[in-house]
Design a binder for this molecule. Structure first.
Ligand SMILES: Nc1ncnc2c1ncn2[C@@H]1O[C@H](COP(=O)(O)OP(=O)(O)OP(=O)(O)O)[C@@H](O)[C@H]1O
Ligand SMILES: NC(=O)c1ccc[n+]([C@@H]2O[C@H](COP(=O)(O)O)[C@@H](O)[C@H]2O)c1
Length: 184
């Protein structure tokens, strides 16, 4: 039995993450999904809470649990300020895992330095499937719903996520303006 680990911020969980988990589901029997930066929410970079991201993931991956007999564990992981001990921090919070799946260069490096096997999948349709671009579309009122699994659309509407994102962006801009960090 092989148990994998896949971590992301999932702000929001999108079709690129979904394609990655679909592929992982063919390679492992169990998967631990880490909700990274679990302590962050209500900012432009991290608008959604750990709880909201757990809902996005749990509802979306139900189809893989059914179709591939995959067992998943979703674990929130808060950030810590020392990269050198982060792998131990993750391991201390999760069921034991054999292999890590990631396309994030820092995550790959930190696990490999600790002797953990890491698989990289390459990016799926990255021109369309990038969290930063999807959040920008939400802010600007452009179409984003076709880039995420259907349950994610429901969760974002349930938590009034578009309005929250637009509000926090305005607050961030105002703070940068007051701090004199904006181009004027
Ligand atoms: N389109 C994609 N295809 C495959 N893997 C992806 C894709 N987008 C992100 N990933 C990977 O999923 C993991 C989590 O990514 P993350 O949640 O940061 O998404 P992101 O789209 O890069 O978001 P952001 O732009 O907000 O940083 C990382 O390993 C990342 O490289
Ligand atoms: N020192 C740390 O806390 C540390 C180090 C490496 C990755 N991480 C986290 O792992 C997650 C990686 O996910 P992304 O690929 O979505 O960036 C992020 O939440 C990131 O903050 C944290």
């Amino acid at each position: 039995m092989t148990r994998g680990f896949y971590i992301g911020r999932f702000q929001p969980y999108h079709d690129g993450h979904h394609a990655m988990i679909e592929q992982i589901a063919t390679e492992v029997e169990e998967l631990v999904v880490g909700i990274g930066s679990a302590d962050a929410s209500h900012t432009e970079h991290n608008p959604f809470t750990a709880g909201e991201r757990i809902m996005m993931l749990t509802k979306s991956i139900a189809e893989f649990e059914r179709d591939h007999d995959l067992v998943t564990y979703v674990v929130p992981i808060v950030d810590i300020d020392r990269n050198a001990v982060w792998v131990g921090h993750v391991q201390s919070m999760c069921p034991e895992f054999d292999v890590v799946y990631s396309n994030n260069p820092l995550v790959v490096r930190l696990f490999e330095e600790r002797g953990v096997e890491v698989h990289q999948s390459g990016m799926f349709d990255r021109g369309r499937l990038e969290g930063t671009d999807i959040r920008q579309r939400m802010i600007e009122g452009r179409e984003w719903e076709d880039r995420v699994p259907d349950p994610v659309v429901e969760v974002i509407h349930e938590c009034n996520g578009l309005q929250r994102l637009r509000t926090v962006v305005q607050e961030d801009v105002a703070e940068r303006w007051e701090a004199g960090e904006d181009d004027r």
